[in-house]
Design a protein around this ligand. Structure first.
Ligand SMILES: C[S@@+](CC[C@H](N)C(=O)[O-])C[C@H]1O[C@@H](n2cnc3c(N)ncnc32)[C@H](O)[C@@H]1O
Length: 163
């Protein structure tokens, strides 16, 4: 099973559904559900596994999404301060010891963005280990110096593992 946090752009959706024959749940806020369903509809001819859209507001109960998925993919979800703690709570509640979290983000340099990024990593390292995917391993067409991809896993001694 794979889960997205944040509306996936159609290209991401295709990649995951096609290559992995995965059961995918794409998640976002209530008001984004129509857009998620448009994306699913536009790509359904490419889907070899299953895909569904669901509401998941970061920080809220994740019981209906358990057991922990194999992968959590998050693209461009680190961008406003109030969301950092709820977002990390969701990652913690949703992930198990074998869950691979792939986090892609754009490094923004304007205004509060560097501080938001710094705080995200400060909170992240409390329960997770992360490793940067080197730029030369990114897709040749889409790679860019300001786009980063991280592989994230729960630390072995991290608590609150969902039962
Ligand atoms: C910058 S967009 C990125 C969208 C997409 N993943 C992409 O890369 O184009 C961030 C997404 O996070 C969602 N989001 C923001 N706050 C959220 C929250 N508290 N709970 C759930 N989703 C949230 C937004 O609705 C939006 O779809």
């Amino acid at each position: 099973m794979q889960i997205y946090i944040g509306t996936p752009p159609p290209g991401e959706l295709q990649g995951v559904c096609l290559k992995q024959r995965a059961d995918v749940t794409v998640t976002d806020l209530e008001e984004l559900q129509d857009l998620l369903n448009v994306n699913i509809e536009k790509n359904k001819h490419l889907v070899t596994g299953s895909v569904q859209a669901k509401v998941l507001k970061w920080g809220e109960d994740v019981k209906e999404f358990l057991p922990a998925p194999d992968y959590i993919l998050m693209a461009d979800c680190i961008y406003y301060e109030e969301s950092l703690e709820p977002l990390l709570k969701t990652l913690k509640d949703l992930s198990g010891p074998d869950t691979c979290i792939i986090c892609c983000y754009e490094q923004r340099t304007m205004g509060k963005n560097p501080e938001i990024e710094r705080k995200y990593f400060e909170l992240l390292q409390m329960d997770f280990e992360s490793e940067k995917v080197p730029l030369e391993k990114h897709d040749e067409e889409y790679r860019s110096e300001d786009i980063h991809i991280l592989n994230i896993r729960r630390k072995k001694n991290s608590r609150n593992f969902p039962l």
